[in-house]
Ligand binder design. Sequence first.
Ligand code: SAM
Ligand code: SF4
Length: 452
Amino acid sequence: MTLKPLVAYKVPFAMPDKLLYIETFGCQMNVNDSERIVTMLADLGYAPTGDPAFADMILLNTCSVRGGAEEKVYKRLANLRIYKRDGKSQIIGVGGCVAQQEGEELLKKFPYLDLVFGTHNLHLLPDMVRGAERGERRSETSFIDNDQRLDLFPSIKGQTRLSRFVTVMQGCDNYCSYCIVPFVRGREISRRSADILDEVRQLADEGVREVVLLGQNVNSYGLKSDNEPTFAELLRMVAEISGIERIRFTTSHPRDMSDELIACFSDIPKLCGQIHLPAQSGSDDVLKLMKRGYSRSSYLERVQKLKESRRDIAITGDIIVGFPGESDDDFEQTLSLLEEVRYIDLFSFIYSSRPGTKAAEFHEELTRAQKITRLDRLMELQKRITREICQTYLGSIQKVMVEGVGKRPAQVSGKADNGRIVNFSGDSGLIGSFVDVRITQAYQNSFLGEQI
Ligand code: SAM
Ligand code: SF4
């Protein structure tokens, strides 16, 4: 997923005299890191712009989770050469997972690149930028120790919106056989709960109404620390904070989806009825090869319990097709998993071999065309399931947190409790409020409704 450049933040610090263009690739962690970069560089006088042609500095915050995402970054980097204008020292930098993976090599490959900063080095960025302003080129990609990391969790000031990410953990220790994340994001670390709660309180004071607790596997939060609560306990603490009306979290690993956490969906009204629970495959043989640590039946048992805990919970998932060794029968089992779980939405990917991972050593039998055929069948099935589920919302009343104007004139837009976008006719004065809306049309990615 390539996200749109981040634009139009309120920058509360020094008067901006320089412009920063930042382009974010990949997951919510990168979106969050980009927001932190915007905050940090505002202190150096950089204000965000949506147009690289006007920027004094261009940064790419990159993703390497699949080969395609990485290639996109290289193409973009090659294009950026045109912005290195004569007579003006425009700074170009690369951060995130590709930077972590390639490091110094990027400086060699792209002579017009000034900065390379890894996933543990965001805090060095202001110093690196000052150096780049003096013409220095620098790469920083070392992993830092956990004690230091605890003090460096991203926290974002002065970009007030109704909904904000709050990082609760970073990195991942799971080493799923296909995944590069543990190599480029480092070991798993849980942030201090006191720091998380302080940040949420501060956000609530600034007018934030929804927090999305963020990490690669939030449900293992605190499990490796004697002094921290479990994730379920943390949720209950966040729910106590007045001003915060909605809580979401992402991402969950099915293996660590405890009964204690599932119970939160029935006990905490502020916790939204939405969960992202990636299965990756419906076949036990493939799940074993992927080193996922759960079986199809234990995954389905978790799903059943979630549905009992919150009757109308909206479940989304991730599936990888064409994993090495995935037979026709394994793939059929993935299709039948979709029918059993009934995801409201699914993110589906063709397996992509990643350097350094265990699965990169596995023999791949399927051709690209066979993988694409499987992906198409999977997406077709999911389209039908999404359509069927969304139709059941017709006529229902959804509480919508209004976050902005809609795409059509005189329309506003927000999210229902289940995370779906809802557009309805209304005045922009409604932004920031919670409105009851009757659903009149159900589309594949959104609902249309009318205020009641
Ligand atoms: N931590 C999350 C989890 O365990 O579910 C997901 C992190 S990963 C950035 C997001 C998704 O990318 C994964 O759930 C998986 O479906 C997909 N993914 C990761 N590595 C992949 C690979 N090598 N090829 C294809 N898809 C991949
Ligand atoms: Fe990757 Fe697995 Fe960790 Fe998710 S849990 S980030 S898929 S290694």
